[in-house]
Write a protein that binds this ligand. Structure first.
Ligand SMILES: CCCCCCCC(=O)SCCNC(=O)CCNC(=O)[C@H](O)C(C)(C)COP(=O)(O)OP(=O)(O)OC[C@H]1O[C@@H](n2cnc3c(N)ncnc32)[C@H](O)[C@@H]1OP(=O)(O)O
Length: 182
């Protein structure tokens, strides 16, 4: 199947919009996960989303340095936020590749710029660069993801139905932040 340019949903938030927390318990962005990444994202021009996260002591692998798997988590979140908010269709990560180019010290801020690269049927291709301490800082991590669009039954069948209902209630009350309906 041929890859086509990804076309943002007509209700996708405009450039400059700050994206809210999509789920309070999410390790990537949730505000009820004390040791989580607390990633914050803003829609950029075109098919881009800019995210930031501050590396804390809770995120270490080696002393004073971020754990690689945790950095991959930040990219999963940043890419997922890009897919979810620009396309406004439920999708999950099928494949995530990360290139670790420089160590990321505790205390640094990672600036992640993600772009929707294209779609092919249910497949969504998305990629991102993570730069150290400034939007034009040196690239520390690069990632490419393949997300797969899923029906809401993916979450009802495999997830926690009670938590999902609370999530849907929050989404109904805050449609501007997140819309789980395709
Ligand atoms: C705002 C939101 C932010 C959220 C950020 C966090 C996002 C996440 O972390 S999601 C959690 C992690 N991911 C998961 O748990 C997903 C687990 N995997 C699954 O449920 C399934 O394997 C799933 C849904 C991805 C695909 O299964 P299924 O629906 O049966 O589709 P399937 O036919 O296998 O694949 C669809 C297409 O994707 C392709 N594909 C699926 N997985 C991969 C992969 N790993 N590599 C390459 N291609 C793949 C298939 O080849 C197929 O391609 P084609 O249409 O060309 O034949």
């Amino acid at each position: 199947m041929e890859t086509e340019p990804a076309v943002p949903h007509h209700n996708a938030p405009a450039a400059g919009s700050k994206l809210g927390v999509h789920y309070a318990q999410c390790f990537g962005c949730g505000d009820e996960q004390e040791a989580g990444l607390h990633l914050q994202s803003t829609v950029g021009e075109g098919r881009t989303v800019h995210s930031q996260f501050t590396v804390t002591e809770a995120h270490q692998g080696a002393p004073g340095l971020a754990h690689g798997g945790l950095l991959a988590c930040a990219f999963d979140e940043a890419l997922g936020a890009t897919v979810g908010n620009l396309l406004r269709k439920p999708a999950v990560t099928g494949r995530l590749e990360t290139d670790f180019r420089r160590p990321v010290p505790v205390g640094s801020i990672l600036y992640i710029a993600a772009t929707l690269d294209g779609t092919a049927g249910r497949k969504i291709y998305v990629s991102a660069d993570g730069r150290l301490d400034a939007e034009d800082g040196p690239i520390a991590v690069r990632a490419r993801g393949l997300f797969v669009m899923v029906g809401l039954e993916h979450f009802t069948t495999h997830g926690d139905p009670e938590a999902l209902e609370k999530f849907r209630e929050a989404a109904r009350n805050n449609r501007e932040d997140w819309n789980i309906n395709p």
